[in-house]
Write a protein that binds this ligand. Structure first.
Ligand SMILES: O=C(O)C(=O)C[C@@H](O)[C@H](O)[C@H](O)COP(=O)(O)O
Length: 341
């Protein structure tokens, strides 16, 4: 299946197909130097399959984990591009999860003021969400995505077969972002999580198509796109406060969403799905510590933050909340309005 992200002055394809990894020229112009960027944990077979299809290829790798979304690795990768004489006509291909897409995309957006980049997402999180939409960034210390840009890929190649080597924890971590998409935009997608057997390919396709539609509507997150940040205000704070590699990103988003689901029945529905995905419970956090992280939220101004709430599955509201209101949410806790004590 091919979906098109249509941004009026430019478009790019999202190709979702088993075995697509063996046909990258369907999406990628390989008649130039290609710099493949990946982390050091990705199975080498996926890199080999792509490398074989490139006539002129260099490969740069970095240590796995969120901690690599940092200036040191950003600088290292830029230096590799320089040392290997990448020109403006060449391209970067990010093969990996959200960290790889964000880091490699940011390198592509700034090297020589921007060269082509393509995403080949290999985790559920990147296949359902982060590979599309052009949010590329690095972290500063524990502040997530605080340095970055909106820089769209030239194409996204999604091959569900590459998920076969993913750990269960990573699979469940990524599924949270698809559940998020269902909670804000499509109750039928939420229902997919309540089936005995999860149809991962259907979940990926539906989630990334919803993401595509939102990005088309509001590429630079001036309004509608803020809804994709549901759960992230408190989620990013927990992720930063506990160290970027303690909890995975999706696990933190799952925690963050609970604070903004007001309906008891819906929250219990969501908690049942979390149990099915063996997601970690919200830790005993320090309110002041989280508030410090929240004060750097990109949807915030000096006095208020745009926060997203879900009262009914498949719907959302965006509200400007002051910091005191957010603090009260934290004081009240995540499990209010639920049967979980
Ligand atoms: O694409 C978006 O817009 C999102 O908010 C998607 C999020 O799920 C994703 O984690 C994103 O990277 C977070 O964005 P940020 O702007 O909060 O850094």
């Amino acid at each position: 299946m091919k979906l098109i992200v249509d941004l009026k002055d430019r478009q790019y394809p999202i190709w979702i197909e088993r075995k697509a990894l063996y046909h990258i020229d369907e999406i990628i112009n390989t008649h130039r130097k290609i710099a493949i960027i990946h982390d050091d944990a990705i199975p080498s077979k996926w890199i080999e399959i792509v490398k074989e299809q490139c006539e002129n290829c260099v490969i740069f790798s970095f240590p796995e984990g969120e901690n690599s979304k940092c200036f040191e690795q950003y600088q290292y990768l830029l230096q590799q591009c320089i040392d290997h004489h990448l020109s403006r006509k060449d391209a970067i291909v990010a093969i990996g999860g959200g960290v790889t897409g964000d880091l490699a995309g940011f390198v592509a957006s700034t090297y020589m003021r921007g060269i082509d980049f393509y995403n080949i997402p290999t985790t559920i999180l990147s296949q359902v969400d982060s590979s599309v939409g052009g949010k590329v960034a690095i972290d500063m210390g524990s502040y997530k995505n605080i340095v970055g840009s909106f820089y769209q890929p030239k194409g996204v190649l999604i091959d569900p077969d590459v998920l076969s080597t993913l750990s269960i924890r990573q699979q469940h971590n990524g599924l949270v972002e698809a559940l998020k998409m269902g909670l804000i935009l499509d109750e039928n997608l939420v229902c997919e999580f309540e089936k005995e057997q999860l149809d991962i390919e259907a979940i990926i396709t539906r989630s990334i198509d919803l993401k595509r539609q939102v990005v088309q509507e509001d590429e630079k997150e001036n309004s509608l796109r803020k809804i994709l940040n549901f759960g992230h205000t408190i989620g990013h704070a927990i992720e930063g406060a506990y160290g970027l590699d303690t909890y995975y990103h999706g696990e933190c988003v799952a925690m963050g969403m609970l604070f903004f689901i007001e309906d008891k029945e819906l929250k219990n529905r969501v908690l049942k799905i979390y149990d099915k995905l063996s997601l970690p419970a919200v830790p005993d956090y320090d309110v002041d510590t989280l508030m410090e992280f929240i004060s750097h939220d990109k949807k915030g101004t000096q006095n208020v933050i745009s926060v997203i709430s879900v009262a009914k599955a498949g719907s959302y509201s965006i509200e400007e909340m002051n910091y005191e209101q957010i603090r009260l949410k934290l004081l009240r806790g995540a499990y209010e309005e639920s049967n979980r004590k």
